[in-house]
Ligand binder design. Structure first.
Ligand SMILES: [Zn+2]
Length: 89
């Protein structure tokens, strides 16, 4: 029988914990895998970082506070923002 464990996802934009997803234990991603999810705090779809255990959560928080994700988030949102600018100009 396959085992499942709950992985948490943290928003790269606001750093808050998103909706956890149950993953099959055999489901293997590299550490800090990105996944685009709806963030209820940001009110938009943002890349989230998958954390499989407490130490990965800790590493995410350290990196978030150091501003390591700011540029990546800005780049992933740039396309949407450009479209909005065209509509409003
Ligand atoms: Zn967010």
């Amino acid at each position: 029988m396959a085992r499942y464990s709950e992985h948490s996802f943290y928003c790269m934009r606001c750093g808050r914990k998103g909706i956890p997803i149950a993953r099959r234990d055999s489901h293997n991603h590299s550490k800090h895998h990105r996944k685009k999810l709806w963030c209820p705090y940001c009110g938009m779809e943002v890349n989230h970082i998958e954390c499989r255990n407490d130490s990965e959560v800790y590493e995410f928080k350290q990196a978030f506070e150091a501003g390591e994700y700011k540029e990546e988030v800005a780049q992933s949102l740039a396309f949407i923002q450009n479209e909005t600018n065209i509509l409003w100009s």
